[in-house]
Write a protein that binds this ligand. Structure first.
Ligand code: PGA
Length: 241
């Protein structure tokens, strides 16, 4: 694991954007795995700026989203498809045919999971997977449990994740109870993994995930076994290390 200490959220975003920009430079047709949540917003703003200034070029890149709620229309403001479109895809020169997000409205969840895994494999696998970490140690929607779920699958969201994500919905009751997520295997198969984390509220889980044992109880801990894993944390998130 490579640990990069950032001074604050802005610095974390800048350092992560630098890594993604470098990947696009050395491999313009790279396959990026992307994440939603508040943490990557600063990074996405930087990538948009760099793209607008002609410093990065997404025209040959492909992007796979880590996860998507089940049961939300793609146009719904809380869907991850909408999030990615609003915060990144509509503002950069990536081609719409190169965007992949699980279909939250798919009628057959099992077929949708297989289709998604096949699409990742069909593109040659993910070059760089961007990740955040949930307060409970989840990556994507791989929630704490008794075992690691390997491939893309449908999950029942934990109460703590529903609580954490209710801030994006009018009412806790509106938060979907299920979501599609890449599995830990899909994530671990990425050639590089980059996790960004900011804020003191994540300091405890950062210590458990990356400086404790590897256990499905803390899904992010599996990244300790990844051969090319970079963790960028700001001082607050790394304050217990
Ligand atoms: P956050 O979410 O970036 O909004 O904190 C991270 C996550 O739940 O994976």
């Amino acid at each position: 694991m490579r640990l990069i200490r950032a001074a604050d959220y802005t610095d974390m975003s800048m350092k992560a954007a630098g890594i993604i920009a470098a990947m696009l430079t050395i491999k313009p047709g790279c396959v990026l795995g992307l994440a939603t949540g508040e943490t990557p917003l600063g990074l996405y703003r930087r990538l948009v700026d760099s793209c607008n200034h002609g410093e990065v070029d997404f025209s040959q890149a492909k992007a796979f989203n880590l996860d998507e709620y089940r049961g939300l229309e793609p146009g719904a403001e809380q869907s991850y498809r909408f999030f990615m479109w609003k915060n990144l895809f509509s503002k950069i020169n990536i081609r719409t045919e190169n965007l992949y997000i699980p279909d939250g409205m798919a009628g057959d969840p099992e077929a949708e999971c297989s289709r998604y895994e096949a699409a990742i494999a069909g593109c040659g696998g993910i070059d760089l997977q961007l990740l955040g970490i949930g307060n409970n140690g989840h990556i994507g929607f791989n929630e704490p449990g008794d075992s690691f779920a390997v491939d893309t699958h449908l999950v029942d969201l934990s109460e703590s994740t529903i609580d954490a994500n209710s801030r994006f919905f009018g009412d806790r009751e509106e938060v979907p109870k299920q979501a599609y997520t890449m599995g830990v295997g899909s994530i671990m198969r990425a050639r590089k993994a980059l996790l960004i984390v900011s804020g003191r509220q994540k300091a405890g889980i950062v210590r458990r995930a990356f400086f404790g044992g590897v256990s499905p109880d803390v899904p992010a801990s599996i990244l300790q076994l990844h051969s090319d894993f970079t963790l960028i944390g700001d001082e607050a998130a790394l304050s217990f290390i």
